[in-house]
Design a binder for this molecule. Structure first.
Ligand SMILES: Cc1cc2nc3c(=O)[nH]c(=O)nc-3n(C[C@H](O)[C@H](O)[C@H](O)COP(=O)(O)OP(=O)(O)OC[C@H]3O[C@@H](n4cnc5c(N)ncnc54)[C@H](O)[C@@H]3O)c2cc1C
Length: 491
């Protein structure tokens, strides 16, 4: 009997991994654990056609190499699509779902047993010398030889200031699914906490329904604007200097800045970055100028971004976790602005709402939020340094918790941990294998996508997950099939 593989999480990452493992010889069964339909995770499982990817078709593919597989999928179905296009996210969900079903059929025809277990995985415990038991939330227990953790980011961060009001129907803990926002009464006044990608989605959905929206964040800034995010035809970064960067070097920030600016200069015939972006102080002016720069082909920096993401992940893969986190923290606003830039369509709509006065973006977060007095609808919001305001609804667009992984002394990994005194974070090796933190002994457990954040810097990107899936599947393919007695099905 061959390997019995258990994939936990069936979003884009889980499907891209499944598609590859399903063709690796020596695997007899693949079980996918996910409470939701496979392929339809948080980002791409949306049913709202208005929400676009913020990455072009070129990089939004489950295959990181060659022509985009998403491009092939859409073209085969008659979509007039270009590799630079930002397509609706639901199409990527359909793509993931259909590719899963195709590969499942092929795998089953080749004799591989494939199962979808509609539950959440809670723990992964070593059993015997060569296997694991995965405990599910519904009480079942699966056994397998290899476990691949692809849980993604699905637990929204709720700011302290509104946490006590969770459960109140006038508070959305997350932008997604957007049905709650679509159901708001006409002409509502809505506070969106955040000003990054999810907040932009919220502002667009609410703006389309003519609600009045305030986006509030510490930075009070919006992401930059792009017309594409595509892989470079030729490299722009000085790879040998970049790969020599060390988190301990006192000149790290200077070296990073120099290398990034040089890469950007190589994208646009030497045009300096300051001539490709706006320095306007007022947010509306800045957005208008950056939209114009993008529309007229002068935002050359965008053509360095795909290479930069890959280079950041590559160079920092072997840095210590704390060092990587510290460096990334220093570049957080650059990442939010340029790596997570928004498509021109979204920027143009935001500009319309800003110009019409139905949208505002403020550089502050609420000091306190209390239910409106006398049982009235909505919230009273107190700001530092600005008059109190009334809002009918509040939406949190404040990001997602990274998947947590705790290891107990007996080797059990807890995927959804509550406090346990004797649990520690496991060590994740450069090849994404989870290791015993004391001995360094690798388990046959891998982390991919959002779950790999202890080893990979920029995870919230399908292209990163696709590269990881390829590397892990290649590794499986290079191994000799090992006989084992575990059953790989619920017991
Ligand atoms: C709002 C949003 C927009 C995005 N837009 C883009 C974009 O335009 N382009 C891009 O490249 N990337 C984008 N991303 C990132 C994108 O989600 C990932 O790149 C890609 O979809 C892979 O996601 P995933 O499978 O890792 O996670 P998800 O899509 O979140 O899927 C994870 C799955 O794991 C399941 N799960 C979680 N915990 C458990 C558990 N304990 N047991 C079993 N199952 C579990 C969940 O039910 C879910 O189905 C976006 C992310 C978000 C949140």
């Amino acid at each position: 009997m061959g390997k019995q593989v258990i994939i936990i999480g069936g979003g884009g990452t889980g499907v891209s991994l499944f598609s590859r493992l399903s063709r690796v010889p020596g695997i007899s069964s693949i079980s996918i654990v996910d409470p939701n339909p496979i392929g339809l995770g948080t980002a791409f499982g949306t049913t709202e056609p208005f929400l676009l990817c913020n990455t072009s078709v070129d990089v939004t593919s489950m295959d990181p190499d060659g022509e985009s597989d998403l491009l092939r999928y859409l073209a085969a179905r008659g979509w007039p699509v270009h590799r630079d296009d930002f397509v609706p996210r639901y199409l990527v969900g359909q793509y993931c779902r259909e590719r899963f079903l195709e590969h499942r059929r092929e795998a089953e025809q080749a004799g591989v047993r494939v199962r979808h277990h509609t539950s959440k995985a809670r723990t992964v415990t070593p059993v015997g010398a060569d296997g694991y038991a995965v405990e599910l939330a519904d009480g079942r227990r699966l056994t397998g030889t290899d476990v691949l953790l692809c849980q993604g980011l699905d637990r929204p961060v709720v700011p302290d200031v509104v946490r006590e009001h969770l459960g109140n129907p006038a508070l959305s803990a997350s932008v997604y699914p957007v049905d709650e926002l679509r159901r708001l009464p006409e002409n509502s006044r809505v506070l969106v906490i955040g000003s990054k990608l999810a907040a932009v989605d919220a502002a667009l959905i609410l703006g389309r329904a003519r609600h009045r929206v305030t986006m509030a964040s510490r930075s009070g800034t919006l992401p930059a604007v792009r017309t594409r995010l595509r892989r470079s035809e030729r490299p722009r970064l000085d790879a040998s200097a970049w790969n020599g960067l060390s988190p301990d070097s006192p000149s790290l920030d200077r070296d990073v800045t120099r290398l990034l600016l040089a890469a950007v200069a190589r994208t646009g015939n030497g045009t300096a970055l300051r001539r490709q972006t706006s320095t306007a102080e007022r947010l509306t002016e800045r957005l208008a100028e950056e939209l114009e720069l993008a529309r007229t082909g002068r935002a050359h920096w965008q053509d360095a971004i795909a290479e930069i993401i890959q280079a950041v992940n590559h160079v920092s893969a072997n840095w210590r976790y704390a060092a990587r986190a510290a460096v990334l923290n220093r570049y957080r606003s650059l990442v939010a602005r340029y790596i997570s830039a928004i498509p021109v369509r979204n920027a143009a709509l935001l500009l319309e709402h800003l110009s019409a006065g139905t949208l505002s973006v403020v550089p502050r977060i609420p000091q306190s939020v209390t239910p409106a007095p006398d049982g009235g609808r909505g919230w009273q919001v107190k700001w530092a340094g600005a008059p109190d305001e009334h809002f009918d609804h509040i939406v949190c667009a404040t990001g997602y918790h990274k998947p947590v992984l705790d290891r107990l002394p007996d080797g059990t990994l807890r995927l959804d941990p509550t406090a346990a005194k004797d649990a520690v974070a496991p060590y994740v090796a450069g090849d994404l294998r989870v290791c015993d933190p004391l001995t360094g002994e690798p388990e046959r457990i891998w982390v991919l996508g959002g779950a790999s954040h202890r080893r990979t810097a920029i995870v919230n990107y399908l292209n990163t997950a696709a590269q990881q899936s390829k590397a892990v599947a290649d590794r499986f393919a290079a191994e000799e099939p090992e006989p084992t007695s575990l059953a790989g099905r619920p017991v």
